[in-house]
Ligand binder design. Structure first.
Ligand code: PLP
Length: 353
């Protein structure tokens, strides 16, 4: 027997990565994760109760039934849709499908926190481009980054700023590879790049049912693109990623609860408008948002986070964001909750100087 050195376990490039950690101690009011604080669509909850799903059997391999429904919702043919276990899974599979280890991915800084992580776990290299002083994405720098993959989040998490259709088009004209547009908050912005699909074959639009559709626990995400791109990403994704329960509830919400979703979206937009005005009267300068959250630059995010938590409210604090500095990302909720939030925030404003 030869005494060989024990093999090192795991990829060396994962050494500094940590698993995603959600909120360690939940607060009674949770405004930290941009989920739908008006709840879940009633028909989706009913559908789950009454589903009668055979739990011992596999679901549809690529969620064919749900694809049909999403295609109607998005106004595209069925072969333009891929579904995944949350849009995290769709983005992960897309990065793997469109890049080889060593390929580059251009993205704003800050942007959706999972994207630099997924870039890294897939062996790709991130090119980070600081946002402009008003919080918007630096479109020209992204378009000229010459990256293998270009990621544009619109509205961008955490800044809330959208990239206009003509700006997405500028990126498509400048970038050599696939352009991924993340429209997780599309419903709140009332704005989509999907109309560019007939013109651009390198466009891949990721969306989710976790935010406006209120189904974060079920993990249903999807993307819209030309069939050639969809095929590649389905290879990288693999089969059976959406459970039968998730598919049934999502299908039901799309069939029966689009009015519910639209009403909750307009509640959120109204709440956001009032909240931004109130923040300004507290002397704060929130970034103009097209989403269901607001990014509020502050001098010391950790201080605000501590005081708000003491009042039972969780927000998402960010330390030293490029261009912006410390900031709080606050999810918009029904107005009664925002009033509680504003009272706690007012105390924190005078304490955190
Ligand atoms: C929340 C979010 C997602 C992920 O949504 P899931 O479908 O729950 O994985 C994707 N992109 C952005 C920008 C988000 O904020």
């Amino acid at each position: 027997m030869s005494a060989t050195e024990p093999r090192r376990i795991g990829r060396p490039s994962y050494a500094e990565l940590a698993a995603y950690r959600s909120d360690p101690d939940p607060c009674p009011i949770d405004l930290s994760d941009n989920t739908n604080l008006w709840g879940a669509p009633p028909s989706a909850e009913r559908a789950l109760r009454d589903a009668g799903i055979s739990m011992a059997r596999y679901p549809e391999a690529y969620s064919e039934t749900l694809k049909k429904r999403l295609a109607e919702y998005a106004g595209v043919p069925e072969d333009h849709i891929i579904v995944g276990c949350g849009s995290d899974d769709v983005l992960d599979s897309a990065l793997r499908a469109f890049g080889e280890p060593g390929s580059t991915v251009a993205m704003a800084d800050p942007t959706f926190v999972m994207v630099p992580v997924l870039t890294r776990t897939n062996g790709l290299t991130a090119i980070r481009i600081p946002v402009l002083p008003d919080g918007s994405t630096n479109i020209d720098a992204l378009a000229n980054a010459n990256a293998d993959i270009t990621y544009v989040c619109s509205p961008n998490n955490p800044t809330g700023r959208i990239a206009e259709r003509c700006e997405i088009e500028r990126v498509l004209q400048g970038a050599p590879g696939v352009v991924i547009v993340d429209e997780a908050y599309m419903e709140f912005a009332g704005h989509t790049a999907a109309t560019l699909l007939p013109k651009y074959e390198r466009l891949f639009i990721a969306r989710t049912m976790s935010k406006a559709f209120g189904l974060a626990s079920l993990r249903v995400g999807y993307a819209i693109a030309r069939p050639a791109l969809i095929k590649e990403v389905e290879k990288a994704r693999g089969p059976f990623k959406v459970s039968a329960h998730a598919a049934i509830a999502a299908d039901s919400a799309l069939r029966l609860d689009q009015d519910w979703v639209r009403a909750r979206v307009s509640d959120a937009v109204e709440s956001r408008t009032r909240f931004i005005a109130s923040l300004e009267t507290l002397g704060l300068s929130p970034i103009r948002s097209s989403s269901n959250f607001v990014l509020v630059p502050v001098a010391d995010a950790a201080c605000f986070d501590r005081l708000l938590r003491a009042d039972g409210i969780a927000v998402r604090p960010f330390k030293k964001l490029p261009t912006i500095g410390d900031a709080l990302r606050i999810t918009v909720a029904p107005w009664e909750i925002m009033e509680t939030m504003l009272a706690a925030l007012k105390k924190a404003v005078s304490a955190c100087r």
